[in-house]
Ligand binder design. Sequence first.
Ligand SMILES: [Ca+2]
Length: 341
Amino acid sequence: MALVSEFLGQLTLSYSGEPEAKYPTVVPARDFDPARDAARIDTAIKTKGVDEQTIIDILTRRSCEQRREIAFEYERFAKKDLVSALKGALSGSLEALILGLMKSTAQYDASELKASMKGLGTDEETLIEIVCSRNNEELAEIKRVYRDSESLFKKDLEKDVAGDTSGNFAKLLLALVQTRRDEPSNVVDYEKIDEDARALYEAGVKRKGTDVVTWIEIMSQRSVPHLQKVFERYKSYSPYDMKESIRKEVKGDLEKSFLTLVECFENRQLYFASRLNEAMKSKGAKEKVVTRIIVSRCEVDLIKIRTEFKKHFKRSLYQTITEHTKGDYQKALLSLCGGDD
Ligand SMILES: [Ca+2]
């Protein structure tokens, strides 16, 4: 009992049980006229050399729903599919970015996952980023799109993940894709927090080898606010915090996955900010990573990612994009970024 009350003092009970609020940089345009936008895009595509600026100005400043309406109007009026027309008109990183915008966030995530598992090899980095950072609600929607999407795959995400990964790494990703995480509760269960913290310690740092299955179970099934308290509590059992313990106990893709999970439980927007910083550290940029994060988060939480970026890396995301990218691709990224901080 003494343990529990001592522990109580350190807690902040801020979670309200409400769905996560959104912090988008891209919001619906006012005075929106899809027919006018469709006509302007048609002209831009037909312009000799292509008028990329107009395409960027329109498509990066409309919401996903509005882009869909533009595509509908375009098809009616130009008698062809907007996505195919854009594919023909654009190239390289700008093409990838604009085509990404023509999908909903879940469709985009699903197609990125699909691409990461396509062919012989597997792009584990992308797979880990998406599966370990998306919350239950997002993962459920990605799974639905992955299965139902008419034009895309009609395949099961779980089956594809199982086919492309192996061992404990596969077990962890599958457990996450099954979306069995508890919903946050308003009642804080101190006994369970203590029990889970001890179980994580006993399954890892305390014993020889690691009981990975126990780690997977706890990290894939408990709610995020619960886990935040578990990791706090964990420090009273283990000489190492959870992230240090992961680094000591497991290696390779499994290590990366657990670290991504814990980072996202702690502060998901900081995780994305760090990924962006990492992708733009040296000369140039890992454009695939930058595109994926900016496109997939611009209608979700990019404002908060910007704030974390500035706070931790002492310069703004906008400035960093300016220094590490160029041309029309840069213009599109900056427009999605939505402003300097
Ligand atoms: Ca161990």
